[in-house]
Design a protein around this ligand. Structure first.
Ligand code: BDP
Length: 723
């Protein structure tokens, strides 16, 4: 008997260990749906959701039912009762346009402003029952509403009296995959491409579905599947069949598929002699190709194009302009309601001009020349996704052309797959920057959401950090950047801390101590990274090609502006790029109010100082330190911050699942090692110019400069073979 008892308690122990230590490999992202742990809250929720009535039939309505079965079922730890209950406690979901029952509950005015994607969640009375109603004008809006409601439960909110109306500020909220057809991912640090082109169209991986669920849960409604350094093959009929298979999966989740168009495809695929946008045969080729695509994929979103940039072909090869090129494709997709996203990331090797200025020089004169279904896709800054960049001057310079944002979610220059760097605050920093285009408070956010200039379409793109790694993004905290991007594309006014906490609660725990601890790390992580990589406006001093680790000494690249020395311009007098009127004068491309702020060393915010000025090593900084000391101390403070993250993280041992605790602990250990590497190598290098001693409080570099210069990483991930 005693033996039996012992065995029984052992069994219970085993069961408990299995449930509490359940492997958390990160695959479920923020859609974990573990049972609500607080029994009183669980009780309340169970009363409120006694039954669920999802009205109507469509693939999206099916997806809603499936998500509720999974989500509500998981959170409430019981089977969902899909019926119109007569008891109190009903969740009612239906399209406002299609169901009289729902129309009767709301006024038309309530719905007017919702657009395609906006939704309402409201607690109403129906037949003396308290009912939570989710409605909108399209089924996909109901899906967004469903995910919103699930989030409220996942984050333990009071749902007894809901009055939610949520409308996205941006119409097209999309991920850009830089995925190649051989499944490598340019600047991808989370394994290979999730698109298994070889097995498509026949094999539909569950990942495609879970990917679509995750995107829909944060409002992402567009996916460009292929690298901007495009391969024309994707437009070949067999590949289009594969694209169609993905589009068929994504459709129910409100996600449209876009493709990158290689400008020379008419030559490569169509065997034409030219790709000149003004040539009739070329126009015809694109029109026919586009028709073919729409026959297969009636809701195809359109094309994303990188042209005449970093070796990609484009209209300039034929003496034509970006507008000629973009309009060619715009004409082709127009009859089908498609759009063209034409990238402004252009710079030429032949031009001796500061790379910072080149996009404005090429695009600004074309303002007003683009068809109305063209958007110019502008990176957040004028150089290239640096740890910190002032906003791109183009955002304040085009009044008649819709501009869209391109953020980078993948951390090409920001520690890649192993550094914890939360980007919510950085995205907001750019969105909140004032362009002054139409007077004060013409923020970048207002430019791209159409508030400043009237425009048909608005869009925001994020370069994806997703790959085949089990947890999708290599670093679990990389998921937070995917999440934050989606949330901000929906609503640029959301607070980065609110977003981080939502994500933490759903991804880790609702425990306040855990959330606060992790949130503190997240909120200071971006500044820490700027400190240990590129303090005070230094930029593009990463190693060449793969951009992994420091390389301020790089001066051997074929193009001037691929060299780090081009960007920091260190000499015996000082360091930094003079972009004032005595230098490249890039500052003059900003509105005069902005230019005024940046143009003198006195006025320029210190975080951009070396971005815009060549500053003497002995110049006094706000802290009272001279520049040289300040640089060293910033590097050191970045290292100390990461050290702090690791110590703080260690306190979470035993409080979260072991698997993710150890995974992040190891990554923070790498981050600390690399932060020191950055500090030591950059200080050693810049000291050869400043000739000043390393200030107190900053350790002597562990190795000499030659050692740091000798390091090489031929197989660093994410690299493009030809670089
Ligand atoms: C740079 C990347 C390069 C991309 C390019 C782009 O290093 O791999 O192809 O941007 O955005 O950041 O086109």
């Amino acid at each position: 008997m005693r033996f039996l008892k012992l065995n029984f308690s052992f069994f219970i122990f085993l069961l408990l260990s299995i449930t509490t230590l359940k492997a958390e490999d990160g695959y479920r992202l923020w859609l974990r749906y573990n049972p609500i742990e607080s029994s009183s809250l669980l009780e309340d929720y169970r009363k409120i959701f006694q039954s669920v009535d999802v009205l109507g039939e469509s693939s999206t309505m099916t997806v809603i039912r499936e998500e509720l079965a999974l989500g509500l079922g998981g959170l409430l730890d019981q089977k969902v009762n899909f019926s119109e209950s007569t008891n109190d406690g009903l969740l009612l979901i239906g399209n406002y346009n299609q169901h009289q029952k729902i129309k009767a509950l709301l006024k038309d005015e309530d719905l007017k402003v919702l657009g395609e994607d906006g939704f309402i969640i409201r607690t109403v009375q129906l037949n003396n029952q308290k009912v939570i109603l989710i409605t909108g004008l399209q089924d996909k809006a109901l899906l967004y509403g469903t995910f919103h409601l699930l989030k409220l439960l996942q984050t333990h909110q009071d749902v007894s009296n809901l009055q939610v109306k949520s409308i996205p500020k941006i119409k097209v909220r999309m991920l850009n995959h830089w995925d190649n057809l051989d499944r490598t991912v340019e600047r991808g640090y989370a394994g290979f491409s999730i698109w298994n082109w070889h097995q498509l169209p026949d094999y539909i991986d569950q990942r495609y579905i879970d990917y679509a669920r995750a995107n829909a849960s944060i409002g992402i409604n567009g996916v460009s599947l292929t690298n901007v350094n495009a391969n024309a093959l994707i437009l070949r009929p067999d590949y289009l069949e594969k694209v169609k298979a993905l589009a068929n999966v994504f459709r129910a989740y409100g996600i449209k598929v876009y493709l990158t168009a290689r400008f020379s495809a008419p030559i490569e695929l169509g065997k034409l002699e030219t790709a000149d946008p003004l040539n009739g045969e070329v126009q015809n080729w694109w029109n026919e190709k586009t028709k073919e695509i729409y026959t297969l994929i009636p809701d195809f979103g359109g094309f994303l194009v990188k042209a005449n940039s970093e070796g990609q072909p484009g209209p300039q090869n034929y003496g034509r302009t970006h507008a000629d090129g973009a309009n060619l494709l715009a004409e082709a997709v127009k009859p089908f309601g498609g759009i063209v996203m034409w990238r402004a990331f252009v710079y030429s090797n032949e031009e001796p001009e500061d790379r910072h200025k080149q996009a404005n020089l090429e695009f600004q004169p074309l303002d007003g020349k683009f068809k109305s279904n063209v958007l110019i896709q502008v990176k957040n800054g004028a150089i290239d996704f640096q740890p910190r960049e002032p906003f791109h001057p183009l955002f304040g310079a085009m009044e008649q052309t819709p501009l869209m944002m391109e953020f980078q979610i993948t951390q090409e220059y920001l520690g890649q797959g192993t550094h914890l760097v939360y980007l919510g605050g950085y995205y907001k920093e750019v969105l909140n920057s004032d362009t002054y285009q139409k007077g004060e408070n013409s923020t970048v956010a207002k430019v791209i959401n159409g508030n400043i200039n009237d425009q048909e379409v608005t869009a925001m793109a994020g370069v994806s950090n997703i790959g085949t790694d089990r947890n999708w993004t290599s670093h679990t905290f990389g998921q937070a950047n995917w999440y934050a991007f989606g949330r901000l594309a929906w609503d640029d006014q959301l607070d980065e801390e609110v977003i981080a906490k939502e994500w933490l609660k759903m991804t880790f725990s609702n425990n306040e101590e855990i959330v606060d601890t992790m949130n503190k790390i997240m909120q200071s992580s971006h500044e820490a990274m700027v400190n240990y990589m590129t303090p005070l406006g230094l930029h593009h001093i990463m190693a060449a090609g793969h951009h992994f680790g420091p390389g301020p000494w790089v001066d051997f690249m074929s193009r001037a502006d691929w060299n780090c020395t081009y960007y920091h311009k260190a000499d015996s007098i000082g360091v930094g790029f003079n972009r004032t009127s005595t230098g490249s004068d890039a500052i003059s491309q900003y509105h005069r109010q902005v230019a005024k702020k940046f143009s003198t060393m006195e006025n320029c915010p210190e975080e951009y100082l070396l971005w815009f000025h060549h500053v003497p090593w002995n110049r006094k900084m706000e802290s009272g330190n001279i520049l040289w000391d300040e640089i060293c101390l910033r590097y050191q403070s970045g290292v100390e911050q990461v050290d702090g993250f690791l110590n703080t993280w260690n306190k979470l041992e035993g409080k979260i699942d072991k698997e993710r605790f150890l995974h992040i602990k190891s990554l923070l250990t790498i981050q600390l090692k690399e932060a020191k590497w950055w500090r030591d190598s950059c200080i050693s290098y810049f000291q050869t110019f400043s000739n000043l001693p390393i200030p107190k409080g900053v350790p002597q570099p562990e190795k000499d400069l030659e050692y740091y210069k000798s390091l090489s990483f031929p197989y660093a991930p994410g690299i493009r073979p030809r670089w």
